[in-house]
Design a protein around this ligand. Structure first.
Ligand SMILES: [Zn+2]
Length: 258
């Protein structure tokens, strides 16, 4: 008989499995990312009543089976829900992106409370109506750092010259940060970005998520989004479906497709 474990969690992903079961992926407070089977989820109001949905905060009880990577979900109790995601398309897109990116960046049980806390904080900020783009950039940078990929954006990776005051710096994914013009080796793949964008991204990475404000200009935000996408593409495989959805659902972007 395996031990039952209880922990708070957010649902990252739910897939139907067979006639009445569902496979659920959760980011938990104390157990990292857990994927488990919810037997009879479609019919069991008692064990899973309305909890196996995105943006619902739950207390999950599961058993880890020694012979399987898939946990057995015993039950999920409702703790709360962020309601705004179901009434605002831009926020729904941003929140869906947060969940998908977390699922893609976190492997198994290795993540600590930090990632769970990060997801809880960013969902709360988005639900409270905070402008989505700066919050998403801060989230991406914090998640990269929590995953061991914190980029060095405030100064040249090679010589230490501050990005502040530089008109342009050169992003090198291979070196995990930016280089000044003089330090870019011939033939190295780099992406030129405004020094001001690198400084703003470094500020978002260093500051608390809750302190994220819309101080960034529209132009900086567009470039910052491209830089973050570039950094994430280096450590995730394949496109994130919800990222394009965020761009299309945005109401305040010059790139909006409406
Ligand atoms: Zn340099």
């Amino acid at each position: 008989m395996s031990l039952e474990i209880a922990t708070a969690a957010f649902v990252l992903r739910a897939r139907p499995y067979g006639e009445s079961d569902r496979i659920i992926t959760l980011i938990t407070e104390t157990q990292g990312k857990v994927t488990g089977i919810a037997k009879g989820a479609k019919n069991s109001r008692r064990r899973f009543a309305g909890t196996l949905e995105p943006f619902v905060h739950v207390r999950t009880v599961f058993r880890q089976r020694p012979s399987s990577d898939l946990a057995f979900l015993v039950r999920c109790e409702f703790l709360g829900v962020f309601r705004r995601f179901t009434s605002d398309l831009e926020r729904f897109a941003a929140g869906s992106y947060v969940l998908e990116l977390t699922d893609r960046m976190v492997f198994g049980r290795e993540s600590g409370r930090e990632v769970y806390r990060l997801v809880a904080d960013v969902l709360a900020l988005l639900d409270a109506g905070t402008p989505t783009e700066p919050v998403l950039r801060a989230f991406e940078l914090h998640l990269l750092a929590a995953s061991g990929y914190a980029p060095a954006l405030d100064r040249c990776r090679a010589c230490g010259t501050p990005a502040d005051g530089a008109e342009r710096v050169y992003l090198s994914v291979a070196r995990g940060g930016v280089l000044c013009r003089g330090c870019v080796p011939a033939g190295e793949a780099v992406r030129p970005i405004a020094g001001a964008t690198a400084v703003e991204l470094a500020r978002l990475a260093a500051g608390p998520l809750a302190g994220t404000t819309a101080r960034l200009s529209a132009r900086t935000l567009v470039e910052a989004a491209a830089v973050a996408e570039h950094l994430l593409a280096a450590v995730t495989s394949g496109p994130l479906r919800s990222r394009e959805f965020v761009a299309r659902a945005r109401v305040d972007s010059p790139e909006t497709l409406r």
